[in-house]
Design a protein. Sequence first.
Lengths: 211, 211
Amino acid sequence: MTEQLMVKQERAARTRDTLIRSAAEVFDRDGISGASLTAISSRAGVSNGALHFHFASKAALVDVVEEEALTRLLAVTNGALSLGTSRVQLLVDVTHALAEKLRGDVVLRVGFALSGETSRPRRMDLRERWRRWVEETLKQAESAGELRRGAGVQDVVTAVVAATVGFEVLGVRDPAWLSASTVARLWRLLLPTLVPAAHLAGIEAGGPRRP
Amino acid sequence: MTEQLMVKQERAARTRDTLIRSAAEVFDRDGISGASLTAISSRAGVSNGALHFHFASKAALVDVVEEEALTRLLAVTNGALSLGTSRVQLLVDVTHALAEKLRGDVVLRVGFALSGETSRPRRMDLRERWRRWVEETLKQAESAGELRRGAGVQDVVTAVVAATVGFEVLGVRDPAWLSASTVARLWRLLLPTLVPAAHLAGIEAGGPRRP
């Protein structure tokens, strides 16, 4: 590959990334149906022609934003696999990481909001993907003997998924709902019902320590 | 007032109600920016002229749907004042009533969804009104000595408001999130941390008994 071609491809990839972020910003501000392609291309600082070179339509851009958001969600849930940690601590840490990402990452935020659009394909539904990950992680915690006897796993899945989706939605208007202290508050409340009293001191409701 | 005038006024009031419900249905389906006045009037079975007689613009219709939704939220929170009941039981019962209403009442649902629009006036924000009612009710429960010593009222407000808003949002795609069994699951989980063990048997997590 010639150097010139590589430069060209790199530039195209950068333009594509910029267009995806700009699209998410415009969707976030104007809603999907209110968003115009002209607003997106001008926000990205490219011509309408350049936008159309990368994306055939607004629908194609929505699909790509949703795919990119799903990739980022998977990076959050898979990124914290740190062996040796308890599954309950993993769940606490990942809810903190997700809230932090939702505060700062407009692509992820729009991807979650698209879950509410009944016309979107179910396989991409980020809130449903999140629900499945929470359920899976709590079942692993149960198998590993981390949970209090009588802790209803499905009750906890319901509460954690509903509350985190609530944080996501309320955070649009007031980012305090996505703060570390709000997430810690939820866990301080739930942990005593979830893990045996003897293990409680070993779980950090405030999430991962910053280096 | 002549009988003829009364008939005319009644008919106008009925048309107005039909237009509000039709507007909510179209907003629910197409989003605010995607909704057209023609779709609303044709759904209501009236002419564009009749719509404009009642509402000057789409913005006016959005305002009226939001006001009507707020009235309905207040009917839910104020409707269950039944003296003598514990405040905690009142809170449980009202979350059940709200979930049931959100399942069936498109005006209330759209009103809640408008809370996520940062451009809407804050004083109408239904999710914020709901948060304030939950906080107020839990403070009353605390004053009445109904809460367990050490129960963090703000932790419970955070969890209950976030989870119910989560139910509202997740229920758009899957109404099971607004079912009585889902709401009961949340309360089964929270009640043991909220009320003293001795009082637990007196609280019905499943909400009000149907006659």
